[in-house]
Design a binder for this molecule. Structure first.
Ligand SMILES: NC(=O)c1ccc[n+]([C@@H]2O[C@H](COP(=O)([O-])OP(=O)(O)OC[C@H]3O[C@@H](n4cnc5c(N)ncnc54)[C@H](OP(=O)(O)O)[C@@H]3O)[C@@H](O)[C@H]2O)c1
Length: 331
């Protein structure tokens, strides 16, 4: 049986860490669909998992990578056949099921999304879980009556993968987007994506009152902690927040005042567990109306071998936008 390259995460003395290994298909978790991986992408969760900085992996050893896009090599499910272009994001990928950082992935057919018309495999991974999360957040906010007429929308962790894509999508939909960033040298980048205003994290006066000046109709939060608490205190009447990230902390200290006096709504976003009908709808939107027009500004390609170097930079908040990993060997 032929060997292929995979980046597998192991646990040793209670600490997890990843390394490249050679595997056979038989060593992968079971599933009806075998995918030859063309591209994967790096998400914050992948960096936590591979370095052991967060308890993400629930079953060791496990091939990392929450995302994969490639071509079906073999299928025991009638919905897919060899040669189909497909993608998988979330579910148990890279957590308790071997994921996308490998030349082959084997997954349950119920997890597989046909590549939407209009997106290439590379573009699907430039979007990846990050773009899916951005689009799902916007979808949820708009289901809660957010529209450009309501007022400004703030996006935190602005230069990150999810946020960079969210800024573009919101700007394309006509929103006045305010980007909150810790990177003062990236203001030009954020403006080029469509941000109308930039706030510097270092200069932000958060105040301490249960309700501060009402500023935002909508918010997409990558940070959690003090930043999310501040958002709750600065939302307008009936403002709506999508909380999807914890790059700055998992705690949330606020009061009920924003909720009972301003009718603020705090919506949790869990992209990994999104049910298939909504998942397909969001991917359809990502290939059409929500398709980020400036994807090439946000995403860059790294070779598979460079994967381990990406994780620490990501955890230190040094990266900008999305890192796509090219996995299919040439030829
Ligand atoms: N709920 C879901 O389904 C879901 C899906 C995808 C991602 N996520 C979560 O969303 C967050 C962002 O993911 P991502 O893939 O976009 O990651 P990313 O590309 O690393 O972006 C995170 C951004 O947050 C800011 N940041 C980093 N460390 C920080 C700190 N200590 N304090 C404050 N800000 C900090 C940085 O932006 P600036 O320098 O511009 O401020 C950084 O670029 C992560 O927490 C991730 O786990 C959740």
């Amino acid at each position: 049986m032929s060997l292929f390259r995979a980046y597998r995460i192991f646990e040793l003395d209670g600490k997890s860490s990843g390394r490249f290994v050679d595997l056979t298909l038989d060593e992968l978790d079971p599933g009806e669909v075998v995918i030859q991986t063309h591209y994967s992408g790096v998400n914050y969760k992948d960096a936590l998992a591979a370095t052991g900085a967060g308890k993400v992996v629930r079953r060791f050893p496990c091939v990392g990578g929450v995302d994969v896009a490639g071509v079906v090599a073999d299928s025991r499910d009638a919905r897919f056949k060899a040669g189909d272009e497909v993608l998988v994001t979330g579910y148990g990928m890279g957590v308790d099921h071997d994921g996308g950082f490998a030349e082959f992935a084997r997954v349950p057919a119920d997890w597989v999304v046909p590549l939407p018309q209009g997106l290439s495999l590379y573009e699907a991974m430039a979007i990846g879980t990050a773009g899916f999360t951005a689009a799902l957040s916007i979808h949820r906010l708009e289901q809660n009556e957010l529209s450009p007429q309501q007022g400004k929308v703030i996006v935190t962790g602005a230069t990150g993968g999810v946020a960079s894509l969210a800024i573009q999508m919101l700007a394309q939909r006509g929103y006045h987007v305010v980007a909150l960033t810790g990177k003062d040298h990236e203001h030009g980048y954020l403006k080029s994506l469509g941000a109308s205003e930039i706030l510097s994290r270092g200069e932000l006066a958060m105040g301490t009152r249960p309700l501060e000046k009402a500023q935002w109709a909508g918010a997409l939060d990558a940070i959690g902690g003090d930043t999310l608490a501040w958002l709750t205190r600065t939302m307008q009447q009936h403002g709506v927040i999508a909380s999807f990230g914890n790059a700055g902390g998992i705690e949330l200290h606020t009061t009920v005042m924003p909720f009972i006096l301003r009718g603020v709504r705090l919506i949790g976003i869990d992209s990994a567990a999104t049910a298939m009908p909504l998942r397909r709808l969001i991917w359809q939107r990502l290939a059409t109306g929500l398709r980020p027009k400036l994807l090439e500004k946000v995403a860059h390609l790294e070779p598979f071998a460079a994967l381990p170097q990406v994780f620490p930079s990501m955890l230190q908040g040094k990266l900008c936008g999305r890192t796509v990993v090219g996995i299919k060997p040439p030829g």
